[in-house]
Write a protein that binds this ligand. Structure first.
Ligand SMILES: CC(C)(COP(=O)(O)OP(=O)(O)OC[C@H]1O[C@@H](n2cnc3c(N)ncnc32)[C@H](O)[C@@H]1OP(=O)(O)O)[C@@H](O)C(=O)NCCC(=O)NCCS
Length: 188
């Protein structure tokens, strides 16, 4: 079977939404969860366009909120496929707000969502390859590939506590942190 390939442009997606008062938290700013929900939505639309299939979110990279989103602002989420594996796709998302009166544009956060295409049999399905047409697309593909390698390394290094000796070592290490260790006996 011939491999199919698609350009980045074919699935690039922008979602714009007005921030209404019901989206606000007690401080009058927009809830982080509202923005995360919109990010998931645009990631899905972009991934499904590339895959031509139903997709699921499998992982979300760190999301740093760089600036608050205000009620009354227009939020735009720009999504594009940065990387594809066999069934997985890394979708890069940039979130920016526009003040309707001043037209000031603010970059509030960016993140990478990993989406997996699912076939009719509900198993991961192969997605088209990606045609990289400029240096920015090559840079994004390489950086996503590199993050995947780093994640694999991190998973190998990640340390779980499995026995009493490791627990004692952990207690020693965290004892200078801002916690009080007041272990209660099992019978107490
Ligand atoms: C997505 C899912 C089907 C993958 O299942 P799996 O048994 O890991 O399947 P595979 O091992 O074939 O992996 C499929 C792809 O997902 C990728 N993947 C799996 N877990 C991943 C993770 N934590 N981070 C990044 N990629 C991941 C694999 O690398 C693989 O990519 P590739 O095909 O491009 O090489 C399964 O984890 C799932 O159903 N998760 C729940 C998704 C969901 O419901 N999301 C909505 C939450 S509300």
């Amino acid at each position: 079977m011939d491999e199919t390939y698609k350009t980045v442009k074919q699935s690039q997606t922008t979602l714009t939404e007005l921030m209404i008062p019901s989206y606000s938290n007690f401080g009058g700013k927009v809830h982080g969860g509202v923005v995360l929900g919109l990010m998931d939505k645009v990631a899905y639309a972009c991934a499904a366009k590339h895959a031509g299939n139903y997709c699921v979110t499998v992982s979300i990279d760190t999301v740093n909120f760089l600036a608050p989103v205000e009620v009354g602002e227009l939020v735009s989420l720009l999504a594009s496929v940065n990387y594809v594996g066999r069934s997985s796709m890394v979708i890069g998302i940039r979130v920016q707000t526009e003040n309707i009166k001043t037209q000031e544009i603010k970059h509030t956060n960016s993140s990478y969502f990993t989406m997996v295409a699912m076939g009719e049999d509900f198993l991961p399905a192969q997605v088209p390859g990606l045609i990289l047409q400029d240096h920015l697309q090559v840079k994004r593909f390489y950086e996503a590939f590199h993050r995947k390698e780093l994640k694999r390394y991190y998973d190998q290094q990640h340390h779980e506590i499995n026995n009493e000796a490791e627990l004692a070592e952990a207690i020693e290490l965290i004892s200078k942190e801002r916690c009080k260790i007041e272990l209660k006996s099992v019978d107490a």
